[in-house]
Design a protein around this ligand. Structure first.
Ligand code: ATP
Length: 262
């Protein structure tokens, strides 16, 4: 029967992983090999359609790879009890679906076992407590159509609080592509860094600050991993990476930019 796994202890390994969607003739991923060690922050970058979301979806076991295998702590994901495995992850989607409800309900997200204290702790770790405290009714403030409108950065921090509220071992974050003001960007970045002090994070990166802080970056193109390394090394040796950086972040070697991000 399925193996029970309640903790993530060492590493996740993709070994020669491929995947083709049911109605597609072209593989979305091909021969992807990759090791994510516990405690690391990994960024994934690549052009649109490269396979970044597919890679993350396989990690979450929304699909199984074919060919190839993904292991957690040496165990094939296919052997694991699915629901328990999913509990190890907190996911922040690019456009988090916030409910027309209170901030508290939005962070709790149906998990009645989360106490008010746990909700506030998550909000603090997500750098959201400060702005929430300044709202008219604090955590009871309604958001959405009939309530307070949150900025993009505030929405993302509520989504991060929601994702980390049950202390997942691994945080998966699909960064917003729309621009955040620089304070929000710094705040979201700090929340992720605070999480990675203890936890593991896999971020589909659309921001320079994220790739600069990542332990390493996987560059994906046409379903393959083109290169893996830290930002500066990739800038020097990976043409696709430096081109992506230019497109997404402006000139990454420009000293003024490097200074503000560093
Ligand atoms: P983006 O940055 O635009 O989100 P991505 O790098 O995340 O792109 P994926 O969404 O993983 O790329 O898509 C990889 C390839 O698989 C693309 O060619 C895409 O068209 C295809 N694809 C994605 N989802 C499906 C699906 N449900 N059915 C069929 N093909 C899909």
């Amino acid at each position: 029967g399925p193996v029970s796994k309640l903790s993530f202890d060492r590493s996740i390994e993709f070994r020669h992983v491929g995947f083709t969607y049911a109605c597609s003739s072209r593989p979305a991923l091909q021969d992807v090999s990759l090791i994510i060690n516990k405690g690391e922050e990994i960024a994934i970058v690549g052009p649109s359609g490269a396979g970044k979301s597919t890679l993350v979806n396989l990690l979450l076991r929304l699909h199984d790879p074919a060919p190839g295998t993904i292991y957690m702590d040496g165990i094939d994901l296919r052997q694991l009890q699915q629901r328990e495995y999913r509990q190890l992850f907190g996911v922040v989607p690019q456009e988090a679906l916030l409910l027309h409800s209170s901030i508290r309900d939005n962070i709790r997200h149906g998990r009645d076992e989360l106490t008010d204290d746990a909700v506030e702790r998550a909000a603090r770790r997500a750098n959201a407590h400060h702005f929430i405290s300044r709202l008219p009714l604090g955590y009871d403030t309604l958001i959405g159509d009939r309530g307070v409108r949150l900025s993009g950065g505030e929405r993302q921090r509520v989504a991060i609080a929601r994702a980390i509220a049950n202390d997942p071992a691994v945080l998966i974050l699909d960064e917003a592509t729309s621009a955040l003001d620089s304070e929000s960007e710094r705040s979201v970045q700090e929340a992720v860094q605070q999480f990675t002090k203890h936890g593991t994070a896999v971020v589909i990166a659309h921001r320079l600050a994220t790739v600069l802080h990542a332990d390493w970056i996987a560059v994906v193109a046409e379903g393959r991993i083109v290169d893996v390394g830290p930002h500066q090394e990739l800038l020097e040796r990976c043409v696709l990476y430096s081109r992506l950086c230019e497109l997404q972040f402006g000139d990454p070697n420009e000293p003024a930019l490097a200074k503000t991000m560093g």
